[in-house]
Design a protein around this ligand. Structure first.
Ligand SMILES: Nc1nc2c(c(=O)[nH]1)N[C@H]1C(S)=C(S)[C@@H](COP(=O)(O)OP(=O)(O)OC[C@H]3O[C@@H](n4cnc5c(=O)[nH]c(N)nc54)[C@H](O)[C@@H]3O)O[C@H]1N2
Ligand SMILES: Nc1nc2c(c(=O)[nH]1)N[C@H]1C(S)=C(S)[C@@H](COP(=O)(O)OP(=O)(O)OC[C@H]3O[C@@H](n4cnc5c(=O)[nH]c(N)nc54)[C@H](O)[C@@H]3O)O[C@H]1N2
Ligand code: SF4
Ligand SMILES: [Mo]
Length: 746
């Protein structure tokens, strides 16, 4: 144990145990080639490792949310039979939410993809060997590229595979296969925070550590339902000894708002006016940390000019929050000794999302609430490896936050990877929405979808499906054959899941945590890492990635890619070091001691911009893309429904336990006064309709929504039939959280 937050006297037996586990799985998991793949008896749960003691434990990080809890896997003969939270892991300190406890169940589901599936002449998906699948994959994509150019094949990846897998895919697709366009579901989720941080701080760098939850005396949660979306981060707030003020800004009275000390139920999408109004009061009252602003920021005077127009009375009209309450919030922020601002999808998924995120950054800067314990302008990430995807997927930026358009950056990466710089695209990828548009327009004709289910989760499904139908070839790489997207595929590649492979995830507080293989993938399913190796070999470009035999080999490449960058982790020697420390946060440059287990950025007030100053960023407030009117009088909000449901539910629906922990069947939340006016009683069947489509659901009355609002959980596959394909103009993140709707009793 090297980290200070863990028990130094605990027996240090985990390394040996881990070795044994990994030895066992390596026996059948060395560098995979197509020849080896053809050898009989390599796959299947039939072969159970037998050299391990009958019972043992090992720790791996959870594969659902970005909190990144450490879970203890209880092993029998080397195979995990149960999970429990690891009391020594510094993130969760012995706690886990239901998804963590139940993370093994989805691996046993009946609809696991056991073999590659190819759409046959009869239109049905049929099992084929890996050989056939790989040949077909290459033939189809190469032929599309020959006919329409290398950019006519694109990929959509994810924040839910290991960082090393992201690096492999990003290099394989863009260096090996000549693709230019590849984005991920991180666009649906984190693109706004990325854009906001890059412009304000000069690098995509969430500055906080979870310890800040415990050190604040004022915690401002904006568009974040932490209680259900990040339950263990919420638990960290509950451990705060300062009896902090917890302020929630969310149109709905969520579980989190219920538990807060104060709730500002602003009009949907009025955040920008609201926070400019708060800034106005702070500046008007001289509640500005002048010495911080002068020493470490740029653009304050222009910002102060800009917010002068946001007088409390005007803000009241825009947000529905009385002027005196706005004053109270400004006073709390002023009087707080350590104020932290946290945001999630209520901010990121909007039509002016980047500016809203930056309005929170601006507040932290002008009050000097950054770089000290308990402070920060803190974007909470969503998926288990959203942060890995932001930095290392080689999609929207070149490895480690570099720029495809910068020749120096391309050369650095080429040198590290040992490939000619000319093989690295010199242009940026299209964003997700532009890839879909490109498919519509016939410019993109082949698509490889890895670990995401856009046939459910992408905005405005009718338009999305129209595009997908135009593809010449769709490959979907997933655990399951029954996802909405796998059902549309021409070729399904069966993937091993969390717990069935190795690698690292990077959590919300920039902490690398370790994945371990504690189960065998069923059938012929393979780790994404191995699928990428095989594709590289079949494509004929595996030589570019010589030495990338195991995830840990690629972790060593990751270290070099990060060296000298803000996310430098060249000081992490190997997986064993991550394991021993209970995860390690970036940055950790070579030579820095690995003993500090909780660290935040900007303690020295130096940001990543050229002049080392953070920039105040702001813009005029823009109108709602689809304001409610007489025909569609409601604002339709969407988001997470419960702590036991994960996104499109391909995994969580497979656990009988998790299914018992939430309301079953589609439902819509409506306020009691609206329900009464429309003659809707609790549990009545209703139809919710927007200009794009309609769905049927049961009415849930008197919940958190305000009059004039409806809420649909995103877990119902019909929800995105209704949403409006509208995007933040800077980040291209979909604005899932608002459109106009109507509702009637059936
Ligand atoms: N159980 C569970 N946990 C999850 C996930 C899951 O699917 N299930 N998904 C993970 C992922 S990938 C993510 S990104 C996170 C998401 O975590 P959150 O962002 O916390 O979850 P959401 O419910 O999508 O949205 C948060 C809140 O935004 C509010 N909101 C809507 N419109 C506005 C607005 O105009 N202004 C403001 N201020 N708020 C608004 C909604 O009412 C909602 O309560 O959760 C992660 N954790
Ligand atoms: N209306 C509305 N829509 C939303 C949102 C919202 O708030 N409202 N939120 C958006 C957000 S923030 C997000 S992050 C997206 C999430 O959207 P998706 O990414 O589409 O949702 P998931 O259900 O997590 O899909 C992950 C897929 O990967 C598969 N998978 C899991 N692990 C692995 C693996 O190791 N390898 C492979 N190959 N496959 C794997 C799963 O079976 C599943 O099919 O949804 C977005 N959509
Ligand atoms: S809070 Fe997130 S990381 Fe922790 S157990 Fe739950 S889903 Fe897993
Ligand atoms: Mo997300």
């Amino acid at each position: 144990m090297t980290s200070d937050s863990r028990d130094a006297s605990a027996p240090n037996d985990r390394r040996t145990l881990r070795d044994t586990v990994q030895d066992l799985v390596r026996q059948w998991d060395g560098p995979l080639t197509r020849d080896l793949l053809r050898a009989p008896g390599r796959f299947g749960l039939g072969q159970v490792p037998s050299r391990l003691e009958p019972t043992a434990t090992t720790t791996l990080v959870c594969g659902f949310c970005s909190t990144g809890c450490g879970l203890t896997a209880h092993l029998q003969q080397g195979v995990a039979t149960n999970l429990s939270p690891d009391p020594r892991y510094p993130v969760n300190l012995g706690m886990a939410c239901p998804k963590g406890w139940e993370a093994l169940s989805p691996l046993d589901a009946e609809d696991r993809a056991l073999d590659p599936l190819l759409r046959g002449a009869n239109g049905a998906l049929q099992p084929v060997t890996w050989d056939v699948a790989l040949d077909r994959f290459c033939t189809e994509f190469k032929s599309i590229q020959q006919r329409h150019g290398p950019e006519s094949v694109a990929f959509l990846s994810t924040g839910q595979i290991a960082t090393e897998e992201m690096i492999y895919l990003g290099a394989l697709a863009k260096i090996g296969m000549g693709m230019i366009h590849g984005d991920g579901n991180t666009r649906q989720c984190m693109a706004t925070a990325v854009s906001a941080y890059k412009e304000s701080f000069g690098f995509d760098a969430p500055p906080y550590s979870y310890a800040d939850f415990e050190a604040s005396d004022v915690i401002v949660l904006v568009g974040s339902n932490l209680c259900i979306a990040h339950p263990i981060q919420w638990e960290r707030i509950c451990k705060n000894p300062n009896a902090p003020e917890i302020i929630v800004v969310d149109p709905r009275r969520t579980e989190t708002a219920e538990a807060a000390t104060d709730h500002y139920a602003i009009e949907p999408r009025s955040d920008l006016s609201f926070f400019y109004g708060v800034a106005h009061i702070l500046i008007e009252n001289g509640w500005v940390d002048r010495s911080f602003v002068d020493a470490h920021t740029e653009g304050f005077e222009a910002f102060a000019d800009h917010v002068r127009a946001f007088k409390p009375e005007a803000v009241e009209a825009a947000t529905g929050i009385p002027a005196n309450r706005l004053h109270a919030l400004a006073r709390s922020i002023h009087e707080g000794k350590a104020v932290s601002f946290w945001w999630t999808m209520g901010v990121n998924q909007g039509h002016e999302a980047v500016r809203v995120a930056q309005s929170l950054i601006d507040l932290a800067l002008l009050t000097g609430n950054i770089g000290r314990p308990g402070t920060g302008a803190n974007s909470i990430t969503g998926q288990c490896n959203a942060m890995g995807s932001r930095l290392f997927s080689n999609t929207t930026n070149l490895f480690a936050g570099r720029d495809f358009e910068n020749p120096g950056h391309r050369r650095e990466v080429a040198d590290i990877l040992g490939v000619p710089a000319g093989r690295i695209p010199d242009q940026n990828s299209l964003a997700y929405d532009e890839i879909i548009e490109g498919i519509h327009a016939g410019r993109i004709r082949g698509l490889w979808v890895v670990a995401t289910n856009p046939g459910h989760s992408w905005i405005e499904q009718a338009a999305f499906r129209e595009a997908i139908a135009k593809l010449d070839f769709l490959v979907v790489q997933d655990l399951y054959t029954t996802t909405e997207t796998a059902e549309l595929a021409d070729l399904v590649l069966p993937a091993a899941g969390w717990g069935e492979k190795e690698g690292t995830f990077i959590n919300s507080e920039r902490r690398f945590g370790l994945l371990q293989k504690v189960r065998r993938a069923p059938g012929r399913a393979l780790a994404d890492f191995h699928i990428f190796q095989l594709v590289a070999e079949a494509w004929g470009c595996r030589d570019w990635f010589a030495g990338w035999d195991t995830p840990e080999d690629v972790f060593q490449v990751l270290k070099e890619l990060s060296r000298g960058r803000p996310c430098d982790v060249s000081g992490i020697s190997d997986y064993a070091a991550i394991d021993a420390a209970g995860g390690l946060q970036w940055p950790l440059p070579e030579g820095e001691p690995v003993t500090r287990s909780e660290r935040r950025l900007f303690a020295d007030g130096r940001f990543y911009r050229e002049n080392a100053r953070a920039l105040f960023c702001f813009a005029p407030v823009s109108p709602l893309p689809e304001a409610p009117n007489a025909d569609y009088p409601f604002a339709l909000l969407t988001g997470r429904g419960s702590s036991s449901q994960w996104h499109t539910e391909t995994r969580t629906a497979k656990s009988a336990v998790l299914q018992k922990l939430h309301r079953r069947g589609p439902y819509v939340e409506i306020h009691a006064t609206d329900a009464q006016r429309l003659g809707i009683a609790p549990e009545d069947r209703v139809q919710v309709e927007t200009r794009r489509g309609s769905l049927e659901a049961h009415a849930v009355i008197g919940s958190g929504v305000q009059p004039g609002q409806l809420f649909l959980p995103m877990h119902d596959s019909n929800t995105n039939q209704l949403t409006l394909a509208c995007f933040d103009p800077i980040s291209h993140q979909p604005s899932y959280k608002h459109c106009a709707a109507r509702i009637e009793r059936l």
